[in-house]
Design a protein around this ligand. Structure first.
Ligand SMILES: CCC/C=C/C=C/C(=O)SCCNC(=O)CCNC(=O)[C@H](O)C(C)(C)COP(=O)(O)OP(=O)(O)OC[C@H]1O[C@@H](n2cnc3c(N)ncnc32)[C@H](O)[C@@H]1OP(=O)(O)O
Length: 279
């Protein structure tokens, strides 16, 4: 597995031990702006992590001064490249394919069986918000500056924010406020409206606390943790009735796990969680 991760050029993957991985956007000279290469690497990385039984929780962060400044505007021309004699229907099909590809790379985060905690700092603009809404837990430093910036570059956000934000945050007036104005908003405001669950004074404090949270989750039964992510994602996208049916069907097999007895015995006797076999 490590060999695969080492092939990535703009994403860094570190095994922190205790089944916790740290994944970093690693293009600090451009404030982690996302070109097609890093976009694809995000997708590859989360597909590999999904299969990697040495990883039970992921921390996603950005190297350097900022989490991510969004789409690489230097490379934006790929969207309206001169397609020679292609007519609009054919140009449209080509763009459709590109947008779907770009959407899918972030959806791999949402679909990853392991919980992903995103720890943001500095600028978190445009595609950075798309990424964050595909993650399971969002935290930031208090000086983070966030923006659903797409309107400012003349487009409707199309790689996740407009689709996932209404599932993350209940206040649709606030969603439309930030998405239509593209204004910068603070970590405090994001916390107030529920986009973030915690805000930290410094980056160091954030990384320490997030590592503790990741370690705690990773110490628990992977059958319990991964089942919980899976069912919560299903519940987000379906009716309560469908989702109750889904969890009952899911647990038809999962309740036969050895983890159930081991974890319950430890819980009952007030002992720490025991080690669990790889999943
Ligand atoms: C189908 C497409 C789907 C995806 C859509 C996604 C859309 C979006 O993400 S919309 C948001 C796009 N991003 C932006 O509008 C931000 C652009 N950047 C800035 O406004 C400023 O750079 C920023 C406010 C972040 C920081 O300003 P500051 O004065 O502190 O630094 P700079 O000198 O501007 O930047 C430092 C170097 O980083 C490069 N850089 C920063 N952001 C980007 C970017 N988004 N794309 C490309 N390059 C970026 C900047 O050019 C500097 O590089 P260098 O000149 O080589 O030093």
């Amino acid at each position: 597995m490590q060999k695969q991760y080492d092939s990535l050029k703009l994403i860094k993957v570190e095994n922190l031990g205790d089944f916790v991985y740290k994944v970093s956007l690693n293009r600090p000279s451009k404030f982690n702006a996302l070109n097609m290469e890093i976009w694809k690497e995000i997708g590859d990385c989360f597909q590999w992590i999904d299969e990697d039984s040495d990883c039970r929780v992921v921390i996603l962060q950005g190297e350097g001064k900022h989490f991510c400044s969004g789409l690489d505007l230097g490379g934006v021309s790929f969207l309206n490249e001169d397609d020679g004699d292609k007519d609009s229907a054919r140009k449209g099909r080509a763009i459709l394919k590109t947008i779907k590809f770009m959407q899918k790379q972030f959806t791999y985060i949402d679909e990853c069986s392991k919980p992903v905690i995103v720890a943001m700092h500095g600028y978190c603009l445009g595609a950075a918000i798309d990424i964050s809404t595909a993650c399971d837990v969002r935290v930031s430093t208090k000086d983070a500056i966030l923006s659903v910036k797409e309107v400012d570059i003349g487009m409707a956000a199309d790689v996740g924010t407009l689709n996932r934000l209404p599932k993350v945050v209940g206040n649709h007036s606030w969603i439309k406020d930030i998405c239509l104005t593209a204004r910068h908003f603070s970590a405090g405001e994001a916390l107030q409206f529920g986009l973030l669950s915690r805000v930290f004074d410094t980056r160091e404090e954030m990384i320490n606390e997030v590592q503790k949270m990741a370690k705690l989750i990773a110490s628990k039964s992977p059958v319990g943790v991964q089942g919980t992510k899976n069912v919560l994602n299903y519940a987000r996208d379906h009716t309560i009735e469908n989702s109750l049916n889904y969890v009952a069907t899911w647990n038809m097999s999962q309740l036969f796990t050895d983890d159930l007895i081991k974890a319950s015995m430890a819980s009952f006797s007030k002992q720490p969680q025991p080690p669990f076999s790889k999943l």
